[in-house]
Write a protein that binds this ligand. Structure first.
Ligand code: NAP
Length: 244
């Protein structure tokens, strides 16, 4: 039987590349989106037109009820849930002194509580099968902190802490939990940067370029595979050598 994966925030960017990768490998794929109904539907249509097993499911990951429903629908549709990729996230730039409480809560709610909500929703089914793989998309800023991204860095550092703690907690149930900490990846998330800002940023990256969404998807592919069965609680940096 084909394995089933939920990729949160897969209407575009890294999540979409990851959903495409899993679909092409024969997984049942749940494309989760919150706001981008059209992008999610277009991606789903193009994959199903090629014979792949894909559905879309709207859920704001910061909303427990919507996440629970997404997982329930997934289990109803495909019968099992083997892999969860917690990818949904939003960025926020600004001095801490200009970050209001609402912005801070929103960043934490989506980037960190969203991971908690999704893990909590999928674990009962994974624990009952004594198998499962959870891959959390953090950020290099969660490892080293970014000036003017305090809320985002805190949320992504939280994802790393959650990954390590949960890995220990669910290892006896045969479930692995790992994180990926991407560097500068070419997606909409960085579309607010000017050419000059991007050029300056890229000049600090030892490999001299941005990463691609496909390069993150390739790492997810590995961590979700049997080849990574003995890897848990780890943070894989994919950042062109910027953070070593
Ligand atoms: P992106 O192109 O902006 O895509 C973000 C995705 O997250 C979208 O599909 C969006 O879906 C979804 N999303 C946002 N809020 C959501 C919510 N409340 N519930 C469900 N889905 C939600 O960004 P990306 O670069 O691919 O980022 C993917 C992940 O990588 C994020 O966690 C990000 O922090 C992390 N990351 C990115 C970079 C980078 O340089 N790009 C670097 C390090 C880490 P809707 O549009 O449907 O809401």
């Amino acid at each position: 039987m084909s394995k089933t994966v939920i990729v949160t925030g897969s209407s575009k960017g890294i999540g979409a590349a990851t959903a495409i990768m899993f679909a092409q490998k024969g997984y049942n794929v749940v494309i989760n989106y919150n706001q981008s109904y059209e992008s999610a539907s277009l991606l789903c249509k193009s994959l199903t037109a090629n014979g792949y097993s894909v559905i879309t499911q709207k859920a704001n990951v910061s909303n427990k009820l919507e996440v629970d429903l997404m997982v329930k629908e997934t289990l109803y549709k495909f019968g099992t849930l083997d892999i969860l990729v917690n990818n949904a996230g939003i960025a926020f730039q600004g001095l801490l002194t200009d970050t209001d409480e609402i912005d801070f809560d929103r960043i934490i709610d989506i980037n960190l509580k969203g991971v908690f909500n999704c893990c909590k929703a999928v674990l009962p089914s994974m624990i009952s099968r004594q198998a499962g793989k959870i891959i959390n998309i953090s950020s290099m800023w969660g490892q080293v902190g970014a000036s003017c991204e305090v809320a985002y860095s805190a949320a992504k550092a939280g994802v790393i802490g959650l990954t390590k703690a949960l890995a220990k907690e669910v290892a006896p149930s045969g479930i692995t939990v790992n994180a990926i900490a991407p560097g500068l990846i070419e997606t909409n998330m960085n579309s607010n940067l000017t050419i000059e800002e991007l050029t300056d940023f890229v000049s600090t990256i030892p490999l001299g370029r941005m990463g691609s969404a496909d390069e993150i998807a390739a790492a997810v592919d590995f961590l979700a595979s049997d080849k990574a069965d003995y890897i848990t609680g780890q943070v894989l940096g994919i950042n062109g050598g910027l953070v070593v």
